[in-house]
Design a protein around this ligand. Structure first.
Ligand code: BYC
Ligand code: FE
Ligand code: FE
Length: 490
């Protein structure tokens, strides 16, 4: 904790007040009603964290970064802390002076500092859905500490967890501050839904899936946190300024989550290829031989990628969506990089090439641009996602292994939208239910694949050591050396 003088100096230089129970740059000290409401919520939140947060490590000292500023550079401070004592704060990116609404029916009007009454329901729904995913991911990941392949990876997991929990705080602040009694109720509901629970599940599909192993965790942070990035980018364009500012700061944290995923997968590929080369195994499809080395075969990694990619595509909603059109026209949710697009930002007469199921086949057809906004954001996502696939393939190529990762067709294994009505192979060819059932174990993780991967998941807590199935990272966190004790388990 800082002394009072240190806090005053810190506040003067960064705008963040650490002198109250909830660190913030929204002047909670001068907003006693909201501070009280958040303090009350904090109690229930800590109960949730203790019950549903990382299982078995609540007393461990973890080398975590905490936000101490909101400017792009130098916002983080690193130090050892017990997770329940993490200073979850309410941090908004700096206000842009004279900001105007950038799109939709209100384009050019001053950005809203209060909730516009006519859009209250719509805004609340989006904030609640965004807020719901954050604790859901913590719940999904809560057992992974017990099988961490190294202290470095364990620390990264916990960093992601405390930040996703801070993202919950970010949405709860908006609910408490701007949505009155409804907002308080929604804030409490966010602590009572549970990932995977039959009676009170989390709101979106992917967030009710199990996360049984670290390969899933890395795939999730690569594919699903990237949906988080795209959605936050769209909400960062919002005409409701507090939402925009909140999302802008959340995005700075999101980059690390996707780094954890992309580098984690790269390291697994690296290790598998090395082991294959040492053992002179040339055929990556010789699953038995590769698994005998205690590493994860590349085809199983492709199947996991297929699963997490298709689950993440579902998070963009239907290709044709009046919800998306309404949110855009209202000025509530924009497009990816709306402020860098050159058009009229109203889309009243525009069309957009949209992937649809036409006459039983996937076809690209022009649709009104407003209702095709989910499709457009999903296209931006696919583009963003393919970059990492290319980098994974470079690792494979560098090791002279004959294998190529690729993204399956967007119609593959879908539960939301146009293609939820059909079954396809990974190339997007429509096949019958029975053909799918017969071949799905080649395309999605089978129970044997799951058993094998699970069998590798053993806790490795020796300083500087890594499980056999994953290569060490290129460098440590915050320039720490390889032999650093990232988590001190009590
Ligand atoms: N699962 O018009 P439609 C993150 C519902 S991830 C279940 O097609 P819309 C994170 C939909 O709610 C980012 N239900 O879709 C990542 C609607 O229901 P109602 C999270 C679904 O509304 C990793 C109906 O189907 N943020 O931050 O245009 C770790 C028809 O909907 C699903 C957001 O998503 C689904 N997958 O788009 C931690 C941003 N998809 O209302 C965190 C806020 C659709 O008719 N959310 N439905 O009962 C949104 O912008 C939109 O709600 C969606 C859906 C993009 C999700
Ligand atoms: Fe998040
Ligand atoms: Fe994230």
């Amino acid at each position: 904790m800082m002394t009072e003088i240190e806090n005053m100096q810190h506040k003067a230089s960064t705008g963040i007040d650490y002198g109250v129970s909830i660190p913030n740059n929204v002047n909670l000290a001068g907003d006693k009603r909201i501070l009280k409401a958040l303090e009350r919520w904090h109690g229930g939140y800590l109960d949730w964290w203790r019950n549903m947060g990382p299982e078995g490590f609540q007393d461990a000292m973890v080398y975590l970064r905490t936000a101490v500023g909101v400017e792009r550079d130098g916002w983080a401070k690193f130090g050892f802390i017990k997770m329940p004592e993490y200073r979850w704060g309410v941090l908004l990116a700096p206000q842009v002076p004279d900001r105007v609404i950038g799109f939709g029916d209100h384009k050019g009007q001053p950005a809203w500092q209060e909730v516009p009454g006519e859009y209250r329901g719509m805004l609340r729904r989006l904030v609640v859905i965004q807020g719901d995913t954050e604790p859901a991911s913590v719940e999904q990941q809560r057992f992974l500490g017990k099988t961490a392949p190294s202290l470095y990876d364990m620390r990264n997991l916990f960093q992601v967890n405390v930040e996703e929990a801070r993202h919950l705080w970010a949405m709860v602040y908006l609910l408490q501050k701007y949505f009155g009694a409804d907002g308080r109720e929604e804030s409490n509901e966010l602590l009572t839904r549970r990932s995977g629970n039959q009676d009170k599940p989390r709101m979106l599909g992917a967030f009710n899936e199990e996360m049984p192993d670290w390969l899933s965790f890395f795939m999730f942070t690569y594919f699903t946190d990237r949906d988080g990035k795209m959605q936050l980018e769209s909400l960062a364009q919002s005409g409701f300024d507090p939402l925009s500012r909140t999302c802008r700061f959340m995005l700075t944290e999101e980059a690390h989550h996707m780094f954890v995923g992309e580098s984690g997968i790269s390291r697994i590929i690296e290790r598998t290829c090395q082991a294959m080369n040492q053992a002179r195994i040339e055929n990556p499809y010789d699953i038995e031989a590769v698994r005998a080395l205690g590493v994860i075969d590349l085809p199983t990694m492709q199947k996991k990628a297929n699963l997490h990619y298709s689950l993440s595509l579902d998070l963009f909603g239907s290709e044709i969506s009046t919800n998306a059109a309404n949110a855009y026209s209202a000025g509530i949710k924009g497009r990816f990089h709306e402020d860098r697009i050159e058009d009229d930002h109203q889309l009243l007469n525009d069309t957009y090439p949209t992937l649809r199921l036409i006459g039983g086949q996937p076809k690209i057809v022009d649709e009104p641009a407003l209702t095709a906004l989910n499709m457009r954001l999903r296209n931006d996502y696919v583009r963003d996602t393919s970059g990492g696939i290319g980098r994974w393939n470079k690792v494979v190529a560098r090791n002279a292994v004959d294998f190529e990762f690729r993204l399956p067709h967007e119609a593959f294994n879908r539960n939301i939208g146009e293609f939820s009505r059909v079954r396809t192979n990974p190339d997007g060819m429509i096949i019958g239910e029975q053909a799918f059932a017969e071949q799905k174990d080649q395309w999605l993780p089978s129970s044997e694949d799951a058993d094998y991967v699970t069998s590798l998941m053993k806790l490795q807590t020796e300083i500087g050591k890594f499980a056999n199935w994953i290569a060490p990272p290129k460098s440590g966190i915050n320039k720490m050396p390889g032999e650093f004790e990232y988590v001190k388990i009590q």
